[in-house]
Design a protein around this ligand. Structure first.
Ligand SMILES: [Zn+2]
Length: 314
């Protein structure tokens, strides 16, 4: 069965909820409501996005990255990475997006680029320094990413039950290797690490610990073992399974296979999780402000996407 995800902004959202939708998320007051419903004529899944909260990200880069890429080069990679993540969110049935609000070289950052994993504590201390906090508050950045020369990355993985939006000093950070930034087809490191910032875990085989409140916060490996989602590891794929540009969602299919697991012992539904957490993360640093600028509205109205307004998931 082929599903096509179509994104519509605006007025129809509330009305369609009364019809038989396939799933709904985030019913708490003040958070986003996304509805999935089948289009009987075409057998497509249509997803309504009455609101599209934006997660603002501030990017700092090391002096080594600055020398190698210059600011224009860094900006280009960030733009590509944001495009990849926003496309993945859209393709997966998530109402929400990321946006870069500040890009600049990291002053007084003394950790070597090849030590960002080993010197984890120093990197964290840097994130929590007055310098970074002032920049974060000044630019209303919900999240902060540090770009270094290398591959891979790490990120905070908050419990999705995030609590006080202002108390986010342990929940808002990621470190991203430039070599993997902006890679297409689900390989982009921003899509994975910021996925953690939004509460995502890896697949069940990699991360067997169950989150009791949000047991569906898992990435997904296809039952055929032919592909995996952005958050899943290569675990037990034989010999390898490529990432597709999407997050787990049992209401969608890829190549005829379900993209997630609804309920059961091992649920995987990151689309549901993100529709619950993005409205919270989007208010880490700009409480009450969602989709305000004309630019953000335009994004949803025009459905900026490589393949246009209608997105095929197969
Ligand atoms: Zn990870």
């Amino acid at each position: 069965m082929k599903f096509i995800t179509r994104w519509i902004s605006g007025i129809l959202g509330g009305v369609l909820l009364s019809q038989g939708y396939l799933g709904s998320v985030s019913l708490a007051q003040g958070t986003l409501l996304a509805a999935h419903r089948p289009d009987e004529a075409t057998n497509r899944a249509i997803i309504e996005c009455p609101e599209a909260p934006t997660v603002d990200i501030m990017f700092l880069y090391t002096p080594t990255v600055g020398r190698k890429y210059k600011e224009d080069g860094v900006g280009q990679k960030i733009q590509q990475a944001a495009f990849e993540m926003n496309s993945a969110l859209k393709d997966s049935g998530v109402c929400g997006r990321v946006e870069s609000v500040l890009i600049r070289e990291a002053d007084n950052f003394s950790v070597l680029d090849n030590r960002v994993f080993e010197d984890y504590v120093e990197v964290r201390n840097y994130f929590n320094s007055q310098y970074v906090q002032d920049l974060r508050n000044g630019s209303s950045a919900d999240l902060v990413s540090l770009l270094y020369e290398g591959n891979g990355g790490w990120a905070d993985r908050p419990d999705p039950d995030i609590g006080n939006p202002q108390a986010t000093s342990e929940q808002a950070y990621s470190v991203l290797g430039m070599e993997w930034l902006g890679l297409a087809g689900g390989e982009d490191v921003l899509s994975h690490e910021v996925g953690h910032n939004l509460g995502a875990s890896h697949d069940w085989e990699t991360d067997p610990v169950r989150n009791e409140k949000y047991p569906y916060n898992k990435g997904y490996i296809a039952s055929s073992r032919k592909w995996r989602d952005i958050m899943a590891y290569n675990t037990n794929c034989n010999p390898d399974c490529p990432k597709v540009r999407g997050y787990s969602n049992p209401r969608l299919k890829y190549n005829g296979e379900s993209m997630g697991e609804e309920g059961g012992e091992k649920p995987a539904d990151l689309a549901r999780l993100f529709n619950e957490t993005i409205p919270i993360v989007a208010q880490y640093r700009n409480p009450g402000q969602q989709v305000t600028s004309s630019e953000r509205q335009a994004y949803w109205n025009s459905g900026v996407n490589r393949r246009g307004d209608i997105i095929e998931v197969e």
